[in-house]
Design a protein around this ligand. Structure first.
Ligand code: ATP
Ligand code: MG
Length: 573
């Protein structure tokens, strides 16, 4: 299983990895932007208007489709529409630095609004449409947002009369607006119709706030992570090299803008590179997804391990019903990508699925597998040129290859978080060792400089004097033909410190039984190591996940131990 996959040897954007690293300087990347000379910057200008000033004006910036809509918007369309929306915001008194939140399903209006928000220098706060009242309240309260853009049907979950900072709500689509209360209501369509399509953009300082993302909540209460316009440097260059975007690509990122992948690489990365970006609304189904790739001739596809595992569980026959020959490059992020899934992808799509690692706080990719690099399935890859990553011990010393420790990034990469909103104490905690950002993940680096994810800091298991990363055990379980997904936790044990307990969801066609549970135990014992074999295996119908598709081990743990479950606002219901 531990084989290395050959790199793509020609046609990829990135030069040889070592060459790229030795010549790389972030200051050179800035030269791609207009503000190289002026010093004044705006994400919306670089992502949209800059292309409208060139031959790309008639190129499609956004393809949008769902069960009801099927639309295309050129860069020129996006310029005019986002100008209009910027004017709508200005007309109702929104100012530079104000927080404007977006709480709605994926739709062209969401993308137009976000660009309009940036154009007037306000800070965008995207929220998952599936959030319930408490989640919405917490985030609007913490950010002191003054404007909310939402839909009439989601308004039930917005306690607008109890949010003193919220002054205006803009409703997108049909439905009734309430008339009571102190909040002023506007209709998106009506206001857009009245607003001018010309706008004077707010030129920003590179360090001015741009987007406020609350983290996924896998390990606890979400934190409001602030990113600034400067982040574009990283988003642009990583999209070019890791996503390997080229002029004629049709790029599809399946992530919702409610979490960071859906903005950094669902909006900014592709548009900063002038690439046509596809957004598909609605729910996941293997047929729908493959149909989408076929219909739009998607060439670059970014998704998450949970989605790839679901596609794998859907069976290989579905794949054969579609023409997926347009696909050139596939990527995965958000959770560890099991080697098994990479091998399956090679067989079924004839593509390597490129794992890469980053988090809300890093704002952009920091560790990745590149097309031009030999790939080791199961590894997250190597640091992006200009980024320094290391494995540190508790005291902040760098550990040699092969030893598990804290995955840290040298502070100062362009898209690093600039604050945690209203919580400076939390922000400081990211930097326990001078000059280093601590991710909260545990990993190992090998002799070749590849990083291997072991587990979240809190999830690593101490059993009979050994430290076991849950990911290794989970990946082994997923190799078993019956297993669709697995989550492993440590359970307190008087003798061993902790014992390993595995929760498993089966593929269609397999039934829960004591024999199968025992077989899975033995499978890990024989294929991995006796000490890593789960003492307990429990087959469940589903595993608790965040809306962004991450398995919530802390929830399994609290269910198992009868403890309070903590913040569940981001859990998928
Ligand atoms: P919270 O911080 O609120 O608990 P979260 O960490 O899940 O939530 P995100 O910022 O969306 O919120 O996720 C980042 C985390 O996702 C990383 O710290 C890591 O644990 C995991 N992750 C992302 N990409 C990968 C990857 N390629 N391999 C392994 N883990 C990954
Ligand atoms: Mg996190």
């Amino acid at each position: 299983m531990n084989q290395t996959l050959a790199p793509v040897t020609s046609g990829a954007n990135m030069p040889d990895y070592h060459d790229a690293c030795s010549h790389f300087a972030w200051a050179d990347v800035e030269k791609a932007f207009s503000w190289h000379e002026t010093g004044k910057v705006n994400m919306a200008y670089e992502a949209i208007d800059r292309h409208t000033e060139t031959w790309r004006r008639n190129k499609v910036a956004l393809y949008y489709s769902d069960q009801e809509r099927d639309e295309a918007y050129t860069f020129q369309d996006m310029t005019f529409l986002s100008n209009r929306f910027g004017n709508v915001l200005r007309n109702i008194g929104t100012e530079k630095g104000d927080r404007v939140f977006l709480f709605m399903p994926r739709s062209p209006e969401l993308y137009i609004s976000m660009m309009g928000i940036f154009k007037i220098g306000a800070i965008a706060g995207p929220l998952f449409e599936a959030f319930m009242e408490q989640a919405v309240r917490d985030r609007l309260e913490n950010s002191e947002a003054s404007v909310l853009i939402t839909t009439p049907s989601l308004l039930d979950r917005v306690p607008y009369n109890e949010l003193p900072h919220l002054e205006n709500i803009i409703l997108v689509g049909e439905g009734k607006a309430p008339e009571d209360g102190d909040v002023r209501f506007y209709r998106f369509e009506e206001e857009m119709g009245k607003a001018s399509r010309d706008l004077t953009i707010e030129w920003m300082d590179r360090e001015d706030g741009m987007i406020l993302h609350y983290t996924s909540g896998s390990t606890g209460k979400p934190k409001g992570v602030l990113h600034v316009h400067n982040a574009m440097i990283q988003q642009y260059q990583t999209a070019k090299w890791v996503l390997d975007l080229k002029e004629d690509d049709i790029y599809w990122c399946t992530a919702d803008p409610g979490w960071v992948t859906g903005t950094s690489y669902g909006i900014f990365g592709p548009w900063l590179n002038g690439i046509s970006n596809l957004v598909r609304g609605g729910r996941f189904s293997a047929e729908d997804w493959y149909g989408t790739i076929e219909k739009y001739r998607v060439s670059v596809w970014l998704s998450a391990p949970t989605a790839f595992r679901r596609l794998m569980a859907a069976g290989d026959d579905v794949v054969k019903q579609f023409d997926l020959s347009s696909l050139r490059h596939a990527l995965s992020v958000g959770e560890p990508l099991n080697a098994e899934v990479v091998h399956w992808g090679m067989n079924i799509y004839n593509l390597r699925i490129h794992d890469h690692w980053w988090m809300t706080e890093t704002g952009g990719i920091v560790i990745a597998n590149y097309p031009t690099m030999p790939m080791k399935p199961g590894s997250m890859g190597r640091p992006f040129p200009g980024v320094q990553a290391a494995i540190l011990d508790e005291e902040g010393n760098e550990l040699p290859p092969g030893q598990m420790g804290r995955l840290c990034i040298k502070a100062g990469w362009p898209s690093m978080l600039r604050s945690v909103w209203n919580n400076d104490e939390r922000f400081q905690k990211y930097f326990p060792v001078e000059g280093w950002f601590e991710s909260g993940d545990l990993a190992t680096m090998d002799e070749d400089g590849y990083f291997w994810f072991e587990g979240r800091d809190d999830d690593v298991i101490q059993t009979s004097g050994e430290r076991v990363g849950p990911f290794e055990v989970e990946s082994k379980l997923v190799e078993h033909p019956s297993v669709a997904e697995a989550a492993v936790i440590g359970k307190p044990d008087p003798v061993r410190g902790q014992i390993i307990k595995a929760f498993v969801a089966l593929k269609t066609g397999y039934e829960k039984s004591n024999e199968l549970e025992e077989e899975l135990r033995q499978f890990v014992k024989q294929k991995l190591a006796a000490h890593a074999a789960p003492r307990e295996v429990e087959i469940r119908d589903f595993l608790p996940k965040t809306r962004s598709g991450k398995i919530m081990r802390r929830v399994l743990k609290s269910w198992e131990l009868d403890l309070p479950t903590g913040d569940l606002s981001t859990m998928e219901k």
